[in-house]
Write a new protein. Structure first.
Length: 442
């Protein structure tokens, strides 16, 4: 059964759904009929049944009562089964997580990450501890924040979409995914409260980062527009500043405006073009294609390593700490985070499929593909470690004792280039990858 179908079924048997209404009605009818017919059995006469019920039902009432008992018990069994798996709220949450993963819809999961800090964020934003101000004419996010603050004490799942003036809160600043998470199509005029709050605080953090919202009295999040120089001060210092940056000559009194600046740039471009044309015959590194007119630079070949570069290399080697294999693996874990490849593809360990029967289908095939990809990544990492280790041992001219590591080094030293100059090691890494199967048997 798919995620959408599961959600639909749960909504039908959840509190307030049609199945629950039928269950309540069946339970009431069953209780009334059983109370009236208490003590009767299949052998009771029609007259006795009619007397008990004051002539209101037919002799088939006993069969009807039994059917209602079975019906009520069946619905109760389904409800208890859902409760055994954590209840309807827990099932809805799991369905939401799976849907978010497969639909790249991470926004609906964000509230679970910031929920523990919700009270602190509202306290900072609502008790004049932080006073926000917009640095432009756009105040939509601050208006949405004020709307969230008005309902921060609410415990319901939904809040109204209208503010105190009766106008609809503008959330056009949000992405399409956020609007999809916040607005429930089945409930017009309402926002999903938890997603609305997550959207507002996420947008607020981004606006603080970009400077579109400022914090009054702050240095790091101050209003940048208030830090600009006033025009009178700019005019007083403009002349000396233009001379300092080379845009004007000392004593020059011409008014500096956009037109004057453009003319200066044009003159500089003409001068640079004339200098390039004049020096082109002697410029061996610059080539202009005679057919297309496209300029290009020839590959530059270094004259060799300078003595200062060699001394720098020696100092670096002397101060470079030794790294163990486990240390290198740990650092690659930190920077590359390859361990994430071992995670499951969703928040659940299995998925439910329907082919007439209910089966649990694991993610074994997907995990196998990820494992194959991870193994290839490990080959690259081990190859890099091998190249670095061989170069380091060659530079130190180390003598290894008669251990398996020595045999591995000698094999790698035979296959890898002996050149220790500063160059690209891509080809060395490729050679080391091909060498790994031979090292594995040592």
């Amino acid at each position: 059964m798919g995620t959408t179908a599961r959600c639909t079924v749960l909504k039908h048997i959840d509190e307030g759904g049609p199945a629950q209404e039928a269950l309540t009605k069946a339970a009431a009818m069953t209780a009334e009929a059983r109370q009236a017919l208490e003590g009767l059995d299949e052998e009771a006469s029609v007259d006795e049944v009619a007397t008990r019920l004051e002539g209101r039902v037919s002799p088939a009432v006993l069969s009807l009562v039994k059917a209602q008992v079975v019906q009520a018990g069946g619905f109760g069994t389904v409800t208890r089964a859902v409760e055994g798996f954590g209840g309807f709220a827990k099932q809805y949450e799991q369905i939401e997580k799976v849907s978010a993963h497969h639909g790249n819809f991470w926004e609906v999961l964000l509230y679970g990450q910031i929920g523990r800090d919700r009270a602190v964020m509202f306290d900072l934003a609502g008790n004049d501890k932080l006073k926000f101000t917009a640095t432009s004419e756009d105040s939509r996010i601050l208006d949405a924040l004020a709307h969230a603050q008005r309902y921060h004490a609410a415990h319901g799942e939904y809040i109204t979409t209208f503010n105190e003036e009766g106008e609809e809160v503008d959330i056009s600043f949000a992405t399409q995914n956020w609007r999809k998470a916040v607005v429930d199509k089945t409930r017009a005029g309402l926002f999903v409260r938890k997603h609305f709050e997550a959207m507002v605080f996420t947008a607020l953090a981004e606006e603080l980062r970009t400077g579109d919202i400022a914090v009054v009295g702050s240095e790091e999040y101050a209003d940048w527009s208030e830090q600009l120089l006033v025009w009178e001060v700019v005019q007083e210092t403009l002349g000396s500043y233009l001379v300092e940056v080379g845009l004007a000559e000392p004593g020059e009194s011409a008014e500096f405006d956009a037109k004057f600046f453009r003319l200066q740039l044009e003159d500089k471009l003409r001068s640079a073009a004339a200098a390039a044309d004049a020096g082109y015959p002697e410029n061996d590194g610059l080539v202009i294609d005679p057919e297309t007119g496209i300029p290009s630079l020839k590959a530059f070949r270094a004259d060799g390593q300078r003595p200062s570069a060699k001394r720098l290399e020696q100092e670096i080697k002397a101060r470079m700490p030794e790294r163990s294999l486990m240390g290198i693996v740990a650092r690659t874990v930190y920077w590359v985070e390859w361990w994430r490849r071992f995670g499951p593809p969703s928040g659940l360990a299995s998925a439910v499929v329907s082919r007439g029967l209910e089966d649990h289908a694991g993610f074994a095939s997907h995990a196998a593909r990820l494992t194959e990809t991870t193994v290839e990544a490990f080959r690259q990492v081990l190859a890099c470690i091998l190249v670095v280790a061989v170069r380091a041992l060659r530079m130190r001219a180390a003598e290894l004792p008669d251990i398996p590591a020595r045999a591995a080094y000698e094999l790698a030293a035979e296959q890898l280039p002996a050149d220790l100059e500063d160059r690209s090691l891509t080809e060395d890494v490729y050679s080391a990858v091909n060498l790994l199967p031979r090292l594995a048997v040592i």
